[in-house]
Design a binder for this molecule. Structure first.
Ligand SMILES: [Fe+2]
Length: 320
């Protein structure tokens, strides 16, 4: 008789897995995450921290997962509000989840503005002045990740505390000095930005043997980076991958659909959790894990892996 004994579930591993999950409905948006915005209504924004503080000084938040190579948070921005132009010595990505965000980069008084829609991303380069503004008709929700190698505070270049508010709203561009993003332009700032913007609809999908599609955002095949890989995975219904592991941490933020994640203990026992939209799991280095889509609809997952370089994990379908 062909009999396979089911793996035992482990309560201890289940508790550990739960500690590495951020459930959207259990978390809070923080309207006071950025003290430099206090007193400036036009700069209002809310932050929901999943991994680390993500540019906020609130690094000790116990409701937040401890970062290793990157942070991950959500930022909410009302229509008409903006973030003042600043620079920092770390890379920072903005992935738009809802709405349309205008992101401006400034160099020597010139500003290039790009409009980003859902699932578009910009990787703000180190030391480049950048700000953002919601010129749309609906609120913007985006996911921000920064590398935590050099967690220095931002240098504000055009903040309304010491800049004409209209100039600050334009990220430092004098009238006539704002350029609409044009990836074909020969302007040095346009060329630089063009290497750091990913349009979801412009990225090729890679199909693997397990049936999963991947669009690479950051890493070989996407934007070059010295820190982390970032990509968007599509997982069809009824697809399950065989266990795999990594030498670094890996985060999944579910954008659409549902996903089941399973961890495997040293003794072979199991823990599972089901994640829905805006839920996150961060699996630490070395932990064997698998995932599956047990729902009737495809799942879309934003994935951040705490290393640079070529992907080493290749999924295999588990059809058992
Ligand atoms: Fe920034």
């Amino acid at each position: 008789m062909n009999f396979i004994r089911p793996r035992q579930s482990s309560a201890a591993l289940g508790a550990e897995l739960k500690r590495h999950i951020g459930r959207h409905v259990e978390k809070q948006f923080d309207w006071n995450a950025f003290p430099s915005n206090n007193g400036f209504a036009d700069l209002e924004r809310a932050q929901m921290r999943y991994i680390g503080a993500g540019g906020s000084p609130k690094v000790g938040d116990p409701a937040t997962l401890k970062p290793e190579h990157f942070t991950l948070s959500l930022i909410y921005k009302h229509v008409g509000k903006y973030a003042a132009c600043h620079a920092h010595e770390i890379e920072e990505s903005f992935l738009i989840l809802n709405g349309v965000l205008t992101v401006g980069w400034e160099l020597d008084g010139d500003v290039v503005e790009v409009r980003l829609g859902p699932k578009d991303m910009i990787l703000n380069a180190r030391d480049i002045g950048h700000g953002f503004r919601n010129d749309g008709i609906e609120p913007v929700l985006m996911s921000i990740s920064v590398d935590v190698g050099k967690p220095l505070p931002p240098r504000y270049l055009y903040h309304p505390k010491n800049t004409d508010p209209e100039l600050a709203r334009r990220f430092g561009a004098a009238p006539g000095k704002t350029l609409a993003f044009d990836p074909e332009s020969s302007h040095p700032l346009q060329k630089l930005m063009a290497r750091h913007v990913i349009r979801a609809t412009g990225q090729p999908s890679h199909f693997d043997a397990a049936g999963i599609t991947t669009k690479i955002y950051v890493g070989p095949g996407g934007i070059a980076s010295e820190t982390c890989r970032k990509d968007m995975m599509g997982v069809p219904p009824r697809v399950k991958v065989k266990p795999y592991q990594r030498d670094v941490e890996e985060a999944f933020l579910v954008l659409d659909g549902e996903i089941t994640i399973g961890w495997i203990a040293e003794d072979g026992s199991l823990a599972e959790a089901e994640l829905g939209p805006r839920d996150l799991v961060m699996t630490p280095a070395g932990r064997p894990r698998w995932f599956a889509n047990n729902s009737v609809a495809p799942a879309t997952i934003w994935r951040v892996v705490g290393e640079r370089g070529t992907e080493t994990v290749h999924f295999t379908a588990d059809e058992s």
